[in-house]
Structures are given as C-alpha cells and as structure tokens.
Design a protein around this ligand. Sequence first.
Ligand SMILES: [Zn+2]
Ligand SMILES: [Zn+2]
Length: 177
Amino acid sequence: MSIYCLLNSDKYRVEFQKFYNPILLVDVKKYQMKCEMNNSFLFFIENPRINIDLVSGFFEFYFRIRPQDFTLGQVMSKTLITYNTSRKNNPHEFMPCVLFTSGMYLQEILVYLPYQTFAFHRELVYHFVPRIDNQCSVCLEEKQCINVHDNVFNHCVCPTCLLRIEPKCPVCRLAIH
Ligand SMILES: [Zn+2]
Ligand SMILES: [Zn+2]
C-alpha cells in the first residue's frame, strides 16, 4: 500500500504494509524528506480499508529557529477520512495525526483511524442518517430515532436499540438496510 506525500514541492511515494489496527505509524526516515523553514505537507492514502475511500492530511508548519540535527519536533494536524457507503454524499470525519521530525527531516507520520469492529461498521452506517423525534418501537422511549425504511410509515427505532437488534424492522419484520 502507498502513501502519496508532497512536502513543499517534493513528491514521495511511501510504501507500507497493509495494516489492521487503528493506529498507523509510518516510518519515512529512508525517504530523506527534508523540510524548509516554512513548510506545507500533504499526504493521502487511497482505499486503506474496504469502508474507507480516502485518508488525507494537510499540515502547514515552520521552524522559528533552525533546529539542530537531532532536535526532535512534533506537528499536530487532522486527517480527513472519507468513507465509502452506498449513499451519494460520502460521509467523512476528522481524526488526529502527528508528524515527527528530527532536525530538518521528517521521521514518522502517525495517523489515528477509527476502530474497525462489526458494531462500528453498523454504527457508521447509521451515524449519518437523519434523526427524527419519535417513539422508539423497541424501548418505547420518546427520543431521537431513525426512520428505518425512510418512508411515510415511520417505523422508528432509536440508534441504541438499532445496534442491538438484528437488521429486521421490529414493527413489520422487513429487512433494514
Ligand atoms: Zn430504543
Ligand atoms: Zn417496518
């Protein structure tokens, strides 16, 4: 898998192993990415996971005084994570990421990704669906619910209950997508 990086006007393609944990630490020491006093750094990873289309990050940073060769530095920013769903407008969210420097060179890129669990996948699917005030047909509480078929019959389930039931509507037993 590759990360495409642009440091000022220099392009790099960093190779790394496929990963499954939520923290991705990419060692870029061997690419000798040399910073200037003022920098812009951009990176992106295409399709790192089945449900993620794109992870991209943008940093602007500068050194106030020229760092010594082994002076360590950290630059914080956020990555934009774009998910891949059946919906037209792909949902996205921001996660933290950090650049580590030593002297004028980039050393590592640390990217936090969301946990990948089965519940997370479902949660993600429902995360971006609009909520309406209604009675949940499982817990019977009046709260923010999801209209599971998205039609006029308003079969509503609250997000908490929705993650606990099988993907069938508790009212009419039709499948929930
Ligand atoms: Zn409920
Ligand atoms: Zn239903």
